[in-house]
Design a protein around this ligand. Sequence first.
Ligand code: ADP
Ligand code: MG
Ligand code: MG
Length: 532
Amino acid sequence: MEIESMVANSALVRAREGDKGRSWKWREMLRFPHINQCMDLAMNIERNYYSLCVKQPIGKKLFQLFCRSRPYLQNYISLQDALDTFETKSDEERRDFGITIIQRFLRSQSIQCVSIVLKYEQSCIENLEYDPCGDVFHDCREYLNRYLSGEPFIQYQESMFFDRFLQWKMVERSPITKNMFRQYRLLGKGGFGEVWACQARATGRMYACKKLDKTHVKKRRGEGMALNEKEILESLDSRFVVNLAYAYETKHALCMVLTMLSGGDLKFHIYNIGAPGLDIKRVQFYAAEVYCGLIHLHQKSIVYRDLKPENILLADNGHIRISDLGLAVRLYEGKLVRGRVGTLGYMAPEVIGNEHYGMCVDWWGLGCLVYEMTAGKPPFREHGEHPRPLEMERRIHDDQEEYDDKFSKQVKDLCSSLLNKDPNQRLGSEGGIAVQSHPFFKKLNFRMLEAGLVEPPFKPDPRLVYCSDVQDIEEFSTVKGVTLDQTDDNFYSKFNTGSIPITWQNEILETGCFKELNVFGPEGSRSPDLDY
Ligand code: ADP
Ligand code: MG
Ligand code: MG
């Protein structure tokens, strides 16, 4: 490895370790505006309980702090906390933990009893008996939220806690520029530009910044595609799909700041470490997590269309996320789409045939992925073989993929059901649940998997950088002879919307910045920035 690469790698490895990356000016970067400067926002923000107090992490936190400050609401919020904790318990712990919740909050004799939900005691006990892994407290939680969204929510909006929420929202909405990030090494190259490791200076959090070169986008009429990728990403919130944290522009590029996935892509893991292919435990785990990501997309009527090992990235904790949503498309009113897009070797027969298609193309993609992880080669060609497009199409249409003795009976059955050439006969064609129920996944606990509670079978080495050396990634040239003008600004302003609320709020909470900055006056009084 060349010295330049070693220096770039060690800078990145050091930045990834711990939270030492905050700028010395971080407090100033996150400074609250005075509450008087939040009045426009106060007038215009949608007063929706679910959005303000459940979905947005800082919103939820401040609403809870408000409830904790009112003696009559304390038990309500302790119950809410307990219900959240219940969802992080393993299957074995759920019954006992569920019983303590019932004893503490749903019994009139208990000092912590929450009177409005007492009526659910019997049904919760029955649910717990019947199946502790089901949604035992569903009705109880709904009713609790219904109560909190009434009078307590009204009082919250008149409290200093809501004023503080408005201040955080103002910080969240400040314009994003490239100076807010420190840049590390180049991670990879894409169709419209490069992806760099970067770090938010205010919090020290590491991200990957995908830069789309403006001249390239214009030359190849990529505006719709760039906006599509950005808008789809910001509408998602899944632990199995990359999160978008910021969208901003520089003079030369449009930038998407994404979850940093530093464990390498599955292509690297299949081919570059030992004999090609992965062991069955990893195949099963990655296939199941990809399945969860696809289900999340499909539930939002989004077809992914680009499933292949290169696009599945590992986080440093060993979990995967689906990345590169450039080809994803939303189906409106359940209508099918058309379009020969994707990567030829992984396209389903109905895509190649230019037919109308729906979610099923992703189940074909999952079949290709499971096949490739198991065999150490893709289904219809050898690794490194590049048949001509027409030959590739013929094989996908006509050839039966082959299964050698690396395939157990179950994995072979899964692959051949997913690689059914007829989309209407394909596993998953009547809903993803059929895929999850396949015997190959029999030993996997999907409830725990979806909650992120299953331990990954492999953890990337934190001292390694799992991507090509810097000088081996081809340089990206800007296109000459393309001029950017006024008409482009309209598109840029749609793209350049700044922080994405949920991801940004999680960054603030998880890096500890919230805790350090969210202080009030002595004995619960207002601080000067909150004094009207
Ligand atoms: P394109 O849509 O142009 O193909 P990608 O989104 O696939 O661009 O990104 C190009 C390359 O950058 C990927 O192959 C990968 O090596 C790297 N990369 C992309 N996103 C991330 C990420 N979130 N974390 C780490 N590396 C990434
Ligand atoms: Mg890509
Ligand atoms: Mg792409």
